[in-house]
Design a binder for this molecule. Structure first.
Ligand code: THU
Length: 128
């Protein structure tokens, strides 16, 4: 298993999925190889919940990382879990067209380019 997937599984152990019980782990690799993990964190005010992918990205940004290569998302579910729409947007904003690697416990994996998950995305260029 790659270091990135290992980090995503490790982060998933910290998930606070108290309401959905749907535990997600993510890990993002910066251009210099540094890996930042994230897990979903749910609030009793459900709408304040934060997905694992955005936790990982925001952790990385807050630590000064600026360029990224890959992000992994893991769940212990029969099917793989692709990032939600909000996470796709944030990944696009901060990471551009990175690799998105999905995995579950059965060892199934699938790799996408982010542009395949969010084609014709809105971004800062459209604000000009
Ligand atoms: N969730 C993630 O963390 N990432 C995804 O890609 C999909 C959904 C979380 C949010 C919430 O805590 C739970 O999964 C159920 O939606």
């Amino acid at each position: 298993m790659s270091e990135l997937l290992r980090a995503a599984w490790e982060s998933r152990d910290h998930a606070r999925a108290d309401y959905s019980n749907f535990r997600v782990g993510a890990a993002i690799e910066a251009a210099d190889g540094t890996v930042f993990g994230g897990c979903n964190v749910e609030s009793s005010s459900y709408g304040l919940t934060m997905c694992a992918e955005r936790v990982a990205v925001f952790k990385a940004i807050s630590e000064g990382a600026r360029e990224f290569r890959r992000v992994a998302v893991v769940t212990d579910t029969p099917s793989l879990t692709p990032p939600c729409g909000a996470c796709r947007q944030v990944l696009w904003d901060f990471c551009g067209d990175i690799e998105v690697i999905l995995a579950n416990r059965t060892g199934e994996t699938r790799t996408y380019r982010l542009t395949d998950l969010i084609p014709d995305a809105f971004d800062a260029d459209r604000l000009r």
